[in-house]
Design a binder for this molecule. Structure first.
Ligand SMILES: [Fe+2]
Length: 493
């Protein structure tokens, strides 16, 4: 394209010139000289008004104009031309060149100012120079526009890729939530109208739709999947993405992208995005976006599954530890389950993310893990504890944190556990943190932990009623408990 531009437009002799003068002999002399010099497109006008009329219909690259003319003079014409097309080269000619006029013309954007009588060769030379410059400027601006466009395209692509990256990296929750987000992101980045996420069943050799989304009402997902199944099978067999347009497949109308979803080199599903009716066909870059999205999501899923299997394994080990406390203290295990359940409800009510909820489930079930280190005579003591004994009890959040320390995947949960006995006013333990310095999930656990302790039998006292617990919690709102957490908790009871 750049080359074609150069060949067709680089010659100044092909540029259009408008000669404006009410004095015909001068005008004719200029036109003849330009024509003799090889300029091919020259037009004449008898005054500014006529010239402006021509200019409005057709662009001229260079205008040579007299200053004093009837109806519209050269200065007014100059101003109009610059408003219409600022890069037009204008050479002014006048018999009375006053300094002010010259300055004013140059300020208004004239490239030159010639005094009558002028040397015609001078004028032709200037015309040639200005058209050449104009040519270079146009060429440069064309090239820089092209470059700018390319940069814009690249930036857009990069921002879409980074959007894809962020969207997938930040996906949390169950597999279904991940699939849902994946489908939504795919539709968004390629402006798709319909999207399916299908899981392939190796045994039945069939697909199960996990996500079906459409922007239109006339959407029969079963029928669409049935008609496109042949293509989905191709993706599964080859493990490669494909892009199909309507001419290749009658039901596609007008465009379809299918990308494999893989874990450990095995295709387990297909993500398909389709455009319908008037929204045009997908481009190669759309295919790249969807493939990149699926690859990222597949990697994320693979990690998640690996992580989960490890997670479940390790979690089981710690739950066994908690059970070992149960042998000594029935209360601890049941208490942990109830505290967790209530804490999860409270966290949901407070709008915590699914990641936070998962964290809370772990930290809730393990929050008293440190009690394994408390001797029976203290843990199971039916009477009031001495100060020394209470100090031993107070070590359990730190002990729990220490037990979990070697397990890197429990880093978040470890901190939550460590601070589940902190108080809003800073008088809790072990760190004496206060206010929002205490992790939110620890504040939530502290609330449900206390509620459960009040409403259940302990070795040293009988269970109290829910009303009594509520009264106790209200009394300690803002001292022991986070006021906001308290308010939410009272709502879910
Ligand atoms: Fe505790």
């Amino acid at each position: 394209m750049v080359h074609a531009f150069g060949i067709d437009n680089i010659s100044p002799y092909k540029k259009k010139i408008l000669v404006v003068d009410d004095y015909v002999p001068t005008r004719q002399m200029i036109v003849d000289a330009l024509s003799d010099s090889g300029y091919q497109t020259i037009r004449e006008a008898g005054n500014g008004k006529e010239a402006l009329g021509f200019f409005r219909k057709e662009h001229y690259d260079l205008v040579i104009s007299d200053v004093m003319m009837p109806q519209m003079g050269g200065m007014e014409l100059l101003q109009n031309l610059k408003e219409l097309k600022p890069d037009t080269a204008v050479i002014m000619i006048t018999a009375q060149p006053e300094v002010e006029l010259t300055v004013s013309a140059l300020k208004k954007g004239a490239v030159d100012f010639l005094k009558k009588p002028f040397n015609i060769d001078d004028l032709i030379y200037k015309v040639h120079v200005y058209l050449q410059e104009n040519n270079i400027a146009t060429h440069q601006s064309y090239q820089s526009d092209l470059l700018l466009k390319q940069i814009e395209e690249k930036t857009k692509e990069l921002s879409i890729h980074s959007y894809i990256y962020d969207s997938v990296e930040n996906i949390e929750g169950s597999h279904d939530e991940i699939f849902e987000k994946l489908a939504t992101t795919a539709m968004r980045v390629v402006d798709g109208e319909e999207c399916f996420l299908l899981i392939y069943d190796d045994e039945t050799k069939d697909f199960h739709a996990r996500v079906s989304k459409s922007l239109t009402n006339s959407f029969n997902s079963k029928l669409t999947i049935l008609s496109l199944k042949y293509l989905y099978h191709q993706v599964i067999e080859k493990g490669d993405a494909l892009m199909i347009h309507s001419q290749d497949h009658p039901f596609v109308a007008p465009s379809l992208i299918c990308s494999p979803l893989m874990i450990r080199d095995k295709t387990f599903g297909v993500l398909s995005v389709r455009k319908k009716k008037d929204r045009g066909s997908f481009a190669q870059k759309d295919l790249n976006y969807v493939v990149s999205l699926c690859k990222r999501a597949s990697l994320n899923l693979e990690n998640k599954m690996l992580y989960e299997s490890l997670y479940v394994n390790v979690l089981d080990t710690f739950k066994a530890l908690i059970s070992s406390i149960q042998v000594r203290d029935q209360y601890t295990e049941d208490h942990s389950l109830r505290v967790t359940k209530l804490a999860v409800r409270l966290a949901r009510g407070m709008g915590c993310s699914s990641g936070e909820i998962e964290s809370l489930k772990i930290s809730g079930s393990l929050h008293d893990l440190g009690k394994v280190a408390i001797p029976d005579n203290v843990l199971l003591k039916p009477d009031r504890l001495t100060n020394e004994e209470y100090e031993i009890i107070k070590q359990h959040p730190d002990t729990g944190e220490r037990i979990l320390k070697p397990v890197a995947i429990f880093e978040r949960e470890r901190t939550i556990i460590r601070h589940h006995h902190e108080r809003w006013d800073g008088r809790g333990y072990p760190a004496g943190l206060s206010g929002e310095d205490i992790p939110l999930l620890s504040r939530i656990l502290a609330m449900t932990d206390t509620f459960d302790a009040i409403t259940n039998n302990r070795p040293y006292r009988q269970a109290q009623s829910v009303d009594a617990a509520v009264a106790e919690i209200k009394k300690n709102r803002g001292t022991q408990f986070d006021p906001l957490v308290t308010d939410h908790f009272l709502k879910i009871l």
